[in-house]
Design a binder for this molecule. Structure first.
Ligand SMILES: C[S@@+](CC[C@H](N)C(=O)[O-])C[C@H]1O[C@@H](n2cnc3c(N)ncnc32)[C@H](O)[C@@H]1O
Length: 266
Protein backbone atom coordinates (compact mmCIF):
# COMPACT_ATOMS: atom_id res chain seq x y z
CA UNK A 1 0.00 0.00 0.00
CA UNK A 2 1.13 3.54 -0.75
CA UNK A 3 0.89 6.69 1.33
CA UNK A 4 -2.43 7.99 2.50
CA UNK A 5 -4.55 10.46 0.58
CA UNK A 6 -7.52 12.09 2.36
CA UNK A 7 -7.16 9.39 5.00
CA UNK A 8 -7.43 6.53 2.48
CA UNK A 9 -4.57 4.15 1.74
CA UNK A 10 -4.24 3.76 -2.02
CA UNK A 11 -4.81 0.13 -3.02
CA UNK A 12 -2.53 -1.05 -5.76
CA UNK A 13 -4.73 -3.96 -6.71
CA UNK A 14 -7.50 -1.51 -7.63
CA UNK A 15 -5.14 0.70 -9.63
CA UNK A 16 -5.66 3.63 -7.26
CA UNK A 17 -3.86 6.82 -8.24
CA UNK A 18 -5.94 9.75 -7.05
CA UNK A 19 -6.01 13.08 -8.85
CA UNK A 20 -5.15 16.00 -6.58
CA UNK A 21 -4.10 18.77 -8.98
CA UNK A 22 -7.07 21.16 -9.06
CA UNK A 23 -5.92 22.82 -12.26
CA UNK A 24 -5.78 19.47 -14.09
CA UNK A 25 -9.10 18.39 -12.56
CA UNK A 26 -10.75 21.55 -13.90
CA UNK A 27 -9.25 20.99 -17.35
CA UNK A 28 -10.59 17.42 -17.44
CA UNK A 29 -14.06 18.52 -16.35
CA UNK A 30 -14.03 21.24 -19.03
CA UNK A 31 -13.15 18.59 -21.62
CA UNK A 32 -16.05 16.39 -20.44
CA UNK A 33 -18.29 19.46 -20.38
CA UNK A 34 -21.16 17.98 -18.33
CA UNK A 35 -24.52 19.68 -18.73
CA UNK A 36 -27.57 19.72 -16.45
CA UNK A 37 -29.86 16.68 -16.85
CA UNK A 38 -27.34 14.63 -18.82
CA UNK A 39 -27.06 10.89 -18.26
CA UNK A 40 -23.52 10.48 -16.88
CA UNK A 41 -21.78 7.43 -15.44
CA UNK A 42 -18.35 7.55 -13.81
CA UNK A 43 -16.15 4.48 -13.56
CA UNK A 44 -13.94 4.47 -10.44
CA UNK A 45 -14.93 7.71 -8.63
CA UNK A 46 -12.43 7.03 -5.83
CA UNK A 47 -12.25 10.03 -3.52
CA UNK A 48 -14.55 12.07 -5.79
CA UNK A 49 -11.88 14.29 -7.39
CA UNK A 50 -13.85 14.35 -10.67
CA UNK A 51 -17.21 13.37 -9.17
CA UNK A 52 -17.65 16.58 -7.16
CA UNK A 53 -17.06 19.10 -9.97
CA UNK A 54 -19.00 16.99 -12.49
CA UNK A 55 -21.97 16.61 -10.10
CA UNK A 56 -21.90 20.36 -9.57
CA UNK A 57 -22.60 20.84 -13.27
CA UNK A 58 -24.94 17.96 -14.10
CA UNK A 59 -26.88 17.61 -10.81
CA UNK A 60 -27.12 13.79 -10.83
CA UNK A 61 -24.76 11.00 -11.76
CA UNK A 62 -24.13 7.31 -11.33
CA UNK A 63 -20.77 6.06 -10.15
CA UNK A 64 -19.37 2.52 -10.23
CA UNK A 65 -16.81 1.76 -7.52
CA UNK A 66 -15.30 -1.62 -6.65
CA UNK A 67 -13.60 -0.57 -3.38
CA UNK A 68 -16.13 -0.95 -0.55
CA UNK A 69 -14.49 1.64 1.68
CA UNK A 70 -14.61 4.22 -1.09
CA UNK A 71 -18.20 3.30 -1.95
CA UNK A 72 -19.13 3.80 1.74
CA UNK A 73 -17.47 7.22 1.73
CA UNK A 74 -19.32 8.21 -1.42
CA UNK A 75 -22.67 7.11 -0.01
CA UNK A 76 -22.18 9.29 3.03
CA UNK A 77 -20.54 12.17 1.16
CA UNK A 78 -21.44 15.42 2.98
CA UNK A 79 -22.96 17.23 0.02
CA UNK A 80 -23.16 14.70 -2.83
CA UNK A 81 -25.39 12.08 -1.19
CA UNK A 82 -28.55 13.15 -3.01
CA UNK A 83 -26.83 13.62 -6.34
CA UNK A 84 -25.18 10.22 -6.57
CA UNK A 85 -26.27 6.70 -7.22
CA UNK A 86 -23.38 4.54 -6.03
CA UNK A 87 -23.14 1.19 -7.80
CA UNK A 88 -20.87 -1.14 -5.87
CA UNK A 89 -19.06 -3.57 -8.07
CA UNK A 90 -16.74 -4.33 -10.92
CA UNK A 91 -17.24 -2.16 -14.02
CA UNK A 92 -16.08 -5.14 -16.09
CA UNK A 93 -19.25 -6.98 -15.06
CA UNK A 94 -21.69 -4.14 -15.63
CA UNK A 95 -24.15 -4.24 -18.50
CA UNK A 96 -24.10 -0.58 -19.51
CA UNK A 97 -27.36 -0.94 -21.45
CA UNK A 98 -29.17 -0.76 -18.10
CA UNK A 99 -28.35 2.97 -17.95
CA UNK A 100 -29.82 3.69 -21.36
CA UNK A 101 -32.47 6.35 -21.48
CA UNK A 102 -34.10 7.04 -24.83
CA UNK A 103 -34.08 10.81 -24.26
CA UNK A 104 -30.61 11.02 -22.76
CA UNK A 105 -27.74 9.20 -24.39
CA UNK A 106 -25.22 7.79 -21.99
CA UNK A 107 -21.96 9.60 -21.30
CA UNK A 108 -19.24 7.57 -19.58
CA UNK A 109 -16.06 8.93 -18.00
CA UNK A 110 -13.37 8.02 -15.52
CA UNK A 111 -9.78 8.08 -14.46
CA UNK A 112 -9.49 4.36 -15.13
CA UNK A 113 -7.53 1.85 -13.11
CA UNK A 114 -4.59 1.28 -15.47
CA UNK A 115 -4.28 -2.41 -14.63
CA UNK A 116 -7.61 -3.14 -16.35
CA UNK A 117 -7.93 -0.30 -18.84
CA UNK A 118 -7.57 -2.39 -22.02
CA UNK A 119 -10.08 -5.16 -21.09
CA UNK A 120 -12.43 -2.46 -19.77
CA UNK A 121 -12.35 -0.63 -23.10
CA UNK A 122 -13.09 -3.88 -24.94
CA UNK A 123 -15.97 -4.48 -22.51
CA UNK A 124 -17.37 -1.00 -23.22
CA UNK A 125 -17.17 -1.57 -26.98
CA UNK A 126 -20.05 -4.02 -26.50
CA UNK A 127 -22.32 -1.15 -25.49
CA UNK A 128 -21.42 1.58 -27.96
CA UNK A 129 -24.95 1.65 -29.36
CA UNK A 130 -26.12 3.00 -25.99
CA UNK A 131 -23.24 5.45 -25.50
CA UNK A 132 -22.84 9.01 -26.80
CA UNK A 133 -19.25 9.49 -25.68
CA UNK A 134 -16.55 8.37 -23.27
CA UNK A 135 -13.72 10.35 -21.68
CA UNK A 136 -11.00 8.35 -20.03
CA UNK A 137 -7.71 9.04 -18.34
CA UNK A 138 -5.33 6.30 -19.44
CA UNK A 139 -1.66 5.59 -19.69
CA UNK A 140 -0.33 7.84 -22.45
CA UNK A 141 1.02 4.76 -24.17
CA UNK A 142 -2.50 3.28 -24.36
CA UNK A 143 -3.93 6.54 -25.75
CA UNK A 144 -1.16 6.54 -28.38
CA UNK A 145 -2.17 3.00 -29.36
CA UNK A 146 -5.86 3.90 -29.50
CA UNK A 147 -5.17 6.81 -31.84
CA UNK A 148 -2.42 5.28 -34.01
CA UNK A 149 -2.96 4.89 -37.75
CA UNK A 150 -1.69 2.16 -40.10
CA UNK A 151 2.07 2.18 -40.58
CA UNK A 152 2.72 3.47 -37.09
CA UNK A 153 4.70 1.37 -34.60
CA UNK A 154 1.95 1.66 -32.03
CA UNK A 155 -0.88 0.66 -34.41
CA UNK A 156 -2.25 -2.68 -33.25
CA UNK A 157 -5.27 -4.75 -32.33
CA UNK A 158 -6.78 -2.17 -29.95
CA UNK A 159 -6.34 0.62 -32.55
CA UNK A 160 -8.35 -1.35 -35.13
CA UNK A 161 -11.05 -2.52 -32.72
CA UNK A 162 -11.62 0.89 -31.14
CA UNK A 163 -11.32 2.94 -34.36
CA UNK A 164 -13.84 0.65 -36.07
CA UNK A 165 -16.39 1.67 -33.44
CA UNK A 166 -15.40 5.16 -32.32
CA UNK A 167 -13.83 8.43 -33.34
CA UNK A 168 -10.70 8.70 -31.16
CA UNK A 169 -9.39 12.08 -30.00
CA UNK A 170 -6.53 12.50 -27.52
CA UNK A 171 -7.43 15.65 -25.60
CA UNK A 172 -5.06 16.28 -22.69
CA UNK A 173 -1.66 15.17 -21.40
CA UNK A 174 -1.43 14.77 -17.63
CA UNK A 175 1.87 14.60 -15.74
CA UNK A 176 2.46 11.92 -13.11
CA UNK A 177 2.70 14.62 -10.41
CA UNK A 178 -1.04 15.33 -10.76
CA UNK A 179 -1.77 12.05 -8.94
CA UNK A 180 -1.27 10.74 -5.46
CA UNK A 181 0.54 8.39 -5.45
CA UNK A 182 2.12 9.34 -8.80
CA UNK A 183 2.01 6.53 -11.36
CA UNK A 184 5.28 5.43 -13.00
CA UNK A 185 4.00 6.44 -16.42
CA UNK A 186 2.68 9.52 -18.20
CA UNK A 187 -1.08 9.80 -18.62
CA UNK A 188 -3.50 11.26 -21.17
CA UNK A 189 -7.20 11.87 -21.47
CA UNK A 190 -8.87 10.51 -24.57
CA UNK A 191 -12.34 11.11 -26.03
CA UNK A 192 -14.08 8.15 -27.69
CA UNK A 193 -17.23 8.91 -29.67
CA UNK A 194 -19.12 5.87 -30.97
CA UNK A 195 -20.14 6.41 -34.59
CA UNK A 196 -23.79 6.86 -35.37
CA UNK A 197 -22.98 6.60 -39.07
CA UNK A 198 -20.09 4.23 -39.14
CA UNK A 199 -17.52 4.80 -41.93
CA UNK A 200 -16.21 1.22 -41.51
CA UNK A 201 -19.18 -0.97 -40.56
CA UNK A 202 -18.55 -4.62 -39.70
CA UNK A 203 -21.04 -7.46 -39.49
CA UNK A 204 -19.74 -9.03 -36.30
CA UNK A 205 -17.49 -7.10 -33.93
CA UNK A 206 -16.55 -10.18 -31.91
CA UNK A 207 -15.30 -11.71 -35.17
CA UNK A 208 -13.24 -8.58 -35.90
CA UNK A 209 -11.70 -8.64 -32.41
CA UNK A 210 -10.79 -12.34 -32.76
CA UNK A 211 -9.30 -11.68 -36.20
CA UNK A 212 -7.15 -8.79 -34.92
CA UNK A 213 -5.87 -10.91 -32.05
CA UNK A 214 -4.57 -13.40 -34.58
CA UNK A 215 -3.41 -10.87 -37.16
CA UNK A 216 -1.22 -8.96 -34.68
CA UNK A 217 0.01 -12.06 -32.88
CA UNK A 218 3.48 -11.70 -34.44
CA UNK A 219 4.05 -8.26 -35.85
CA UNK A 220 7.19 -9.24 -37.77
CA UNK A 221 5.35 -11.90 -39.73
CA UNK A 222 3.27 -11.26 -42.83
CA UNK A 223 -0.51 -11.22 -42.70
CA UNK A 224 -0.46 -14.44 -44.76
CA UNK A 225 1.50 -16.21 -42.01
CA UNK A 226 -0.40 -14.77 -39.08
CA UNK A 227 -3.75 -15.75 -40.63
CA UNK A 228 -2.64 -19.21 -41.72
CA UNK A 229 -5.47 -21.70 -41.33
CA UNK A 230 -8.05 -18.89 -41.26
CA UNK A 231 -7.74 -17.13 -44.64
CA UNK A 232 -5.55 -18.36 -47.49
CA UNK A 233 -3.38 -16.29 -49.80
CA UNK A 234 -5.75 -16.44 -52.74
CA UNK A 235 -8.64 -15.26 -50.60
CA UNK A 236 -6.60 -12.36 -49.25
CA UNK A 237 -5.85 -11.28 -52.82
CA UNK A 238 -9.53 -11.48 -53.69
CA UNK A 239 -10.21 -9.20 -50.75
CA UNK A 240 -7.67 -6.76 -52.24
CA UNK A 241 -5.10 -7.39 -49.52
CA UNK A 242 -1.41 -8.05 -50.18
CA UNK A 243 -0.67 -11.40 -48.48
CA UNK A 244 2.95 -10.30 -47.99
CA UNK A 245 1.99 -7.15 -46.06
CA UNK A 246 2.76 -6.78 -42.37
CA UNK A 247 -0.25 -6.60 -40.04
CA UNK A 248 0.39 -2.98 -39.04
CA UNK A 249 0.07 -1.76 -42.65
CA UNK A 250 -3.56 -2.90 -43.12
CA UNK A 251 -6.30 -0.30 -42.59
CA UNK A 252 -9.36 -0.67 -40.38
CA UNK A 253 -11.42 -1.12 -43.58
CA UNK A 254 -9.08 -3.96 -44.68
CA UNK A 255 -9.63 -5.79 -41.39
CA UNK A 256 -13.39 -5.24 -41.64
CA UNK A 257 -13.41 -6.81 -45.15
CA UNK A 258 -11.56 -9.90 -43.91
CA UNK A 259 -13.81 -10.10 -40.86
CA UNK A 260 -17.01 -9.89 -42.95
CA UNK A 261 -15.72 -12.60 -45.27
CA UNK A 262 -15.14 -14.85 -42.22
CA UNK A 263 -18.61 -14.04 -40.89
CA UNK A 264 -20.29 -14.84 -44.23
CA UNK A 265 -18.39 -18.10 -44.49
CA UNK A 266 -19.68 -19.40 -41.14
C1 LIG B 1 -7.05 5.73 -10.89
S1 LIG B 1 -8.21 5.65 -9.57
C2 LIG B 1 -9.16 7.10 -9.91
C3 LIG B 1 -9.90 7.66 -8.71
C4 LIG B 1 -10.58 9.02 -8.92
N1 LIG B 1 -11.54 8.99 -9.99
C5 LIG B 1 -9.56 10.10 -9.20
O1 LIG B 1 -9.48 10.53 -10.37
O2 LIG B 1 -8.85 10.50 -8.29
C6 LIG B 1 -9.24 4.30 -10.13
C7 LIG B 1 -10.53 4.07 -9.34
O3 LIG B 1 -11.21 2.95 -9.92
C8 LIG B 1 -11.63 2.04 -8.90
N2 LIG B 1 -11.67 0.70 -9.54
C9 LIG B 1 -10.64 -0.15 -9.74
N3 LIG B 1 -11.04 -1.25 -10.40
C10 LIG B 1 -12.38 -1.08 -10.62
C11 LIG B 1 -13.37 -1.87 -11.25
N4 LIG B 1 -13.08 -3.04 -11.80
N5 LIG B 1 -14.64 -1.40 -11.29
C12 LIG B 1 -14.96 -0.19 -10.73
N6 LIG B 1 -14.06 0.59 -10.12
C13 LIG B 1 -12.79 0.17 -10.07
C14 LIG B 1 -10.57 2.19 -7.83
O4 LIG B 1 -11.00 1.74 -6.58
C15 LIG B 1 -10.33 3.71 -7.87
O5 LIG B 1 -11.29 4.39 -7.10
Amino acid sequence: MSKTHLGHRARKRFGQNFLHDQNIIEQIVDVINPQPQQNLVEIGPGLAALTEPVAERCQFLRVIEIDRDLADRLESHPFLQHQLEVIRGDAMEIDFRQFRDSDKPLRVFGNLPYNISTPLIFHLLEYTSAIQDMHFMLQKEVVDRLAAGPGSKTYGRISVSVQQACRVTPVLSVPAGAFNPPPKVESSVVRLEPYTENPTPVKDRAQLHALCLKAFNQRRKTIRNNLKGLVDEQQLEQLDIDPGARPETLSVADYCRISDWLTDRK
